[in-house]
Design a protein around this ligand. Structure first.
Ligand SMILES: [Zn+2]
Length: 87
């Protein structure tokens, strides 16, 4: 958990909760979902705010996964969904 003070949702005026979210990204018919990404989440509407460190890592991860998926799409691969995990 970050040591910074708990951020407040400006829209609902409530403290956000530090909890896992599922990050999703769509680009040109390819979608990437990264589960268990911790973020500050509004308890009312569930909007997630990612820390700068998390955002940096998500950008790199999603870019690599999108490239892989687009190559598969270009060669009309039979498999259209992958689940990848690092132990
Ligand atoms: Zn809110």
């Amino acid at each position: 958990m970050p040591t910074k003070p708990t951020p407040i949702c400006g829209q609902h005026n409530l403290p956000k909760e530090w909890r896992p979210t599922s990050f999703e990204y769509n680009d040109d018919g390819v979608s990437v979902r990264v589960p268990n990404v911790y973020a500050w989440v509004c308890p009312i509407d569930g909007e997630a705010s990612y820390t700068p460190e998390t955002t940096d890592e998500l950008i790199v991860t999603v870019r690599e996964l999108i490239e892989t998926a687009k190559r598969a799409k270009a060669r009309r691969a039979a498999f259209t969904e992958y689940i990848v995990a690092v132990q």
